[in-house]
Write a protein that binds this ligand. Structure first.
Ligand SMILES: [Fe+2]
Length: 109
């Protein structure tokens, strides 16, 4: 549902080619790739070596991903909405934000 929400927003403001460039930018942008690789490696480590240390690292990775990175991205949309720019997109981001809150709570239990 998150991906569909982002696709809908992108499809209203850019061409399908531009949309795909944005969606797959994580593969070519060195900073995004490094950020995703760091998080992904911690998830992979937990798959391969289950135990308390790996669990703690994957929980921290989840907090970094869903609590820091995602929220940093949401702020951009909220800032635009505060200035009466694309308020509908901000509402959609709010729904996604609520869902991410749930993920954070679930990973803390
Ligand atoms: Fe999430």
């Amino acid at each position: 549902m998150h991906s569909q929400g982002y696709l809908y927003m992108f499809d209203t403001i850019c061409s399908p080619g531009q949309r795909n460039d944005i969606l797959y930018q994580w593969k070519t942008d060195e900073h995004l790739l490094a950020r995703n690789t760091f998080i992904g490696n911690l998830y992979n480590e937990f798959q391969e070596r289950r135990g308390a240390p790996a669990l703690l690292r994957v929980m921290m990775a989840n907090f970094i991903l869903e609590g820091v990175h995602f929220y940093s991205d949401f702020i951009f949309s909220y800032s635009l909405a505060r200035n009466d720019k694309i308020p509908g997109s901000a509402q959609e981001i709010r729904y996604i934000n609520l869902d991410e809150n749930t993920h954070l709570w679930l990973s803390a239990i």
